[in-house]
Design a protein around this ligand. Structure first.
Ligand SMILES: [Ca+2]
Ligand SMILES: [Ca+2]
Length: 221
């Protein structure tokens, strides 16, 4: 009886020490601070390079872009070791996703932090039926075969230009990336390498806009 009791006690202490070991290995968020947040509703483009605004679906967006970059730079960040970047991305009109035919794709979109890619992917607004479906890489990086609009938060928005009269030709995504970052300033660059050689007006054929961008610094121990 005595032996049995001490046996279960040491079993409990073994479980306890295992649990403590697991907890001590986990990252703990000690603090976080939103250092930049802009939904463009106040028409503020401070900190941006190549920013411009337009109104679409009663929403002020930064855009639209085709084969362009826009970037935001924030200085004097509080001390941190992790950064979260959140972007609301609107994908307009006839994005063709992965196919690499030199005429209409691949339709790449990327986000860089301090010059390094943290997302490099493709989007597709194509129909997806058994005989025709242009796949996209998002939510993964290029190259992966996911269905058009995978990971979207809203799909029933009309196109902006070429397909302005058709629903389901603007797709909205909320993208969140968490990266290691310690520098006291940061430059976030958003851009594309869209391919559409068979038209005089490629920006009408396909483009993108930003509805919101938010940058949060974190201290994780
Ligand atoms: Ca296209
Ligand atoms: Ca294209």
């Amino acid at each position: 009886m005595h032996f049995h009791k001490s046996g279960s006690l040491s079993f409990i202490s073994l479980i306890l020490s295992l649990t403590l070991a697991l907890v001590s290995c986990e990252d703990v968020l000690e603090s976080e601070q939103v250092v930049y947040s802009n939904d463009f509703s106040t028409l503020n483009l401070a900190n941006f390079e190549n920013g411009r605004l337009f109104i679409f679906q009663q929403d002020t967006l930064m855009g639209f872009y085709h084969n362009e970059e826009a970037s935001v730079t924030i200085h004097d960040l509080p001390g941190h070791n992790v950064m979260k970047v959140e972007v609301e991305l609107w994908i307009h009109d006839s994005w063709d996703g992965n196919p690499d035919d030199g005429i209409s794709g691949p339709d790449i979109w990327y986000m860089k932090v301090d010059g390094d890619d943290i997302i490099r992917t493709t989007f597709s607004n194509s129909p997806c039926e058994s005989l025709f479906c242009l796949k996209q890489s998002y939510p993964n990086d290029y190259f992966r075969q996911n269905d058009p609009r995978s990971g979207a938060v809203e799909t029933n928005i009309p196109g902006l230009c070429l397909f302005g009269a058709f629903p389901r030709y603007t797709t909205k995504y909320r993208i969140t990336k968490i990266i290691r970052h310690t520098a006291s300033s940061v430059k976030v660059t958003l851009g594309d390498e869209l391919v559409q050689t068979n038209t005089d007006d490629p920006a009408c054929d396909e483009s993108w806009s930003i509805g919101e961008i938010k940058i949060t610094t974190m201290v994780v121990i």
